[in-house]
Structures are given as structure tokens and as C-alpha cells.
Design a protein around this ligand. Structure first.
Ligand SMILES: [Zn+2]
Length: 333
């Protein structure tokens, strides 16, 4: 994914003014300008349920074990043998669950690639779906390095597998939960609207056409939130009321100091769903290492993660689902 914070925008604006005569060079950056900031939109009044009952269970040690197992496959870019291995690894863990694939061929600046979104569906009593998503492909331009995407790809895929453990075989009075392992999130050359989020672009179009998108109450995206130094951004390209519910969940669990201290405009797998009117929250910590030095570098390794962060991220997402299930009514789309 790609993000830009306010300070960078101020610096960029200065640079653009300085380089105004060099028009070609700046064209790409200007196109990457974020959508209208979220704070401009009025926030609907939320009907939050009382804070009662036990907090959701989440086994962070097991999520860390899954993270370790995923990175052991090595780099997992689209089109690689390791990518296929991690697909099989997910399917083995989801054996017996209601699993569907959305497979297609993506046309990219580096050629054609097979892409496979994997969806594990856990039914609920209420009419509607909450999607929890994370990408599992690793950065393509770094495919011939030791880049293993411990935080960027592995950790949040592991969260989804642990969510499956918590959901499996239990009665669910709330909405159906669909765990979505997205593919080909990463750019193959450099991030543009065309060269990025191939998997979710395809799936959003499919779910819009078949009516599924209308049934999605919220789309929660997890990205890079195994970081030991966990501070999750308030993404300006997400739906403000869904973010408010995430923040409420974090507050109820006592983890709010890890959330929303920083504003950022993030381009990520939620983009195609935002475009078709699905309420989304990108739950992401884009500042990975001082000044982002571990992001998309070979330093994105297990030692930068913590079991504690996986526990915070996992339990806040499950608590968000628990609150959404009891909110009557949800804000109109
Ligand atoms: Zn990435």
C-alpha cells in the first residue's frame, strides 16, 4: 500500500512549487493526491451497544506461530512457487470450512499473472456480512531479495487464520463473517491506480455485479499491524463511522493509545470497495521502523514484530465485529 501524511504533503507542495517548471516529472505525484479528507464529512450519530459481556478470545501466541510458518516459505510474490505453497497452507488450515476462490489472470506491466483471492465464510444469524481482509502476496519488485514480508503480508494473514479458529464451530448471532485473503495487492513496478490492488479490484467488481457488495455492512482491512511499535493510523481514505467503531473497540479493551494518533491518507485494498460504497476501515500502521525504514525492505523480519501487537490488533478487530453486530441500526450507506 501507499500512504502519505500531512507533513509529507506540505513538503511535497513546497517541492512542487519549486519544480513547477519541470512538469513531466511531477505528473505522477499529483495524481496520487488523496481523496477529500474524511474530517470534511459529518459523522453520523452512532448507536453503540452497552459495554458488557466477556471480551472476545484471541490466541496471539498461535497467531505468531502462524506468522513464523508463513515467513518460512520465503518471498511469496505473485506467480511464484512459494505463493502457491502459502495458498495451500491456508487451504490446509481452512479444511472443512466454507471456502471459495476468486481466481483470474491479472494483466500487469510485468506481464500476466494468476491471482487468487481466498474467502472463508462463517455464517451468522443476521442478514449481512462483515468482511475482514488482508493481503498475502509479498512485494514483487523485491522478489529476488531476502524480503519475506513478516509484517507486510504474513502477520495479518496469520490474524485471519486465528480469526477462523475463533469463529469455527461456534454459534454466531451476529452478521456472517467472511475472511478474505486478498492477492496481488502489491504493485509490480511502482504504485499507481492501475498497478496495485489487482485482487480487490477484481473482487469488488464481481461482488458489485452479483449483489454481494450491498450485503456487506463493513469491510475491515488489516495491514502491517504486527509491528512491535504499534501505532495505527487514522486513514483519511476510510469511512469515518467505521473508524469510530474501531476506536470504540480499542477503548473498551484499553488499547486506544495505539490508535489514531497520526492521520494519513492510505491507498490500499479497501480502495476498490470504498469506490462502490462499502463502508471500510483500513487498520494499518504505515510507520514501520523509524521513518518507515522496515517497510518494503529486507528488514521486514520477525524480530520487528511482537506477540503483544498481534494480540492487540486481533482482539480489537474481533471486538469491532462484536460491536457492529449489536449496533441497531448501522448508519446508512
Ligand atoms: Zn507492501
Amino acid at each position: 500500500m501507499r500512504g502519505m501524511n500531512s507533513l509529507r504533503w506540505i513538503l511535497l507542495a513546497g517541492a512542487l512549487a519549486f519544480l513547477a517548471c519541470d512538469r513531466d516529472k511531477d505528473a505522477a505525484q499529483v495524481q496520487a493526491k488523496p481523496a477529500t479528507p474524511a474530517e470534511d464529512a459529518p459523522l453520523p450519530k452512532l448507536t453503540l451497544p452497552p459495554d458488557e459481556g466477556p471480551a472476545p478470545a484471541f490466541d496471539a501466541d498461535r497467531a505468531m506461530k502462524y506468522t513464523e510458518e508463513i515467513v518460512k516459505f520465503g518471498p511469496r510474490p505473485i506467480g511464484s512457487a512459494n505463493h502457491k505453497k502459502v495458498e495451500d497452507y491456508f487451504l490446509a488450515h481452512l479444511k472443512g470450512d466454507d471456502v471459495e476462490s476468486d481466481s483470474f489472470t491479472a494483466d500487469t506491466p510485468e506481464g500476466k499473472f494468476p491471482v487468487r483471492n481466498i474467502i472463508a465464510k462463517f455464517p451468522g444469524a443476521k442478514d449481512g456480512i462483515i468482511v475482514i481482509a488482508s493481503h498475502y502476496d509479498t512485494n514483487y519488485p523485491l522478489r529476488n531479495t531476502s524480503f519475506i514480508g513478516a509484517n507486510d503480508g504474513a502477520a495479518t494473514s496469520a490474524l485471519l487464520l486465528e480469526f477462523a479458529n475463533q469463529l469455527r464451530g461456534k454459534p454466531n448471532n451476529g452478521y456472517s463473517v467472511w475472511l478474505l485473503f486478498t492477492d496481488a495487492e502489491e504493485a509490480v513496478k511502482s504504485w499507481t491506480n492501475d498497478d496495485s490492488v489487482y485482487g480487490t479490484k477484481h473482487l469488488a467488481a464481481k461482488w458489485q455485479a452479483d449483489g454481494t457488495a450491498k450485503r456487506i455492512k463493513a469491510f475491515l482491512l488489516a495491514d502491517m499491524i504486527g509491528d512491535a511499535d504499534l501505532d495505527i493510523d487514522r486513514d483519511k481514505n476510510s469511512t469515518p463511522w467505521v473508524q469510530s467503531v474501531v476506536y470504540e473497540a480499542a477503548t473498551r479493551l484499553g488499547y486506544q493509545s495505539h490508535f489514531f494518533v497520526r492521520d494519513n491518507a492510505i491507498f490500499d485494498d479497501h480502495g476498490p470497495f470504498m469506490k462502490i460504497g462499502v463502508p471500510c476501515a483500513d487498520i494499518i500502521d504505515i510507520n514501520y521502523g523509524y521513518n518507515g525504514v522496515f517497510h518494503h525492505t529486507v528488514q521486514d523480519t520477525l524480530d520487528k514484530l511482537s506477540t503483544k501487537s498481534l494480540g492487540i490488533s486481533g482482539s480489537v478487530i474481533l471486538e469491532t465485529v462484536r460491536i457492529l453486530d449489536k449496533m441497531e441500526p448501522l448508519p446508512p450507506k
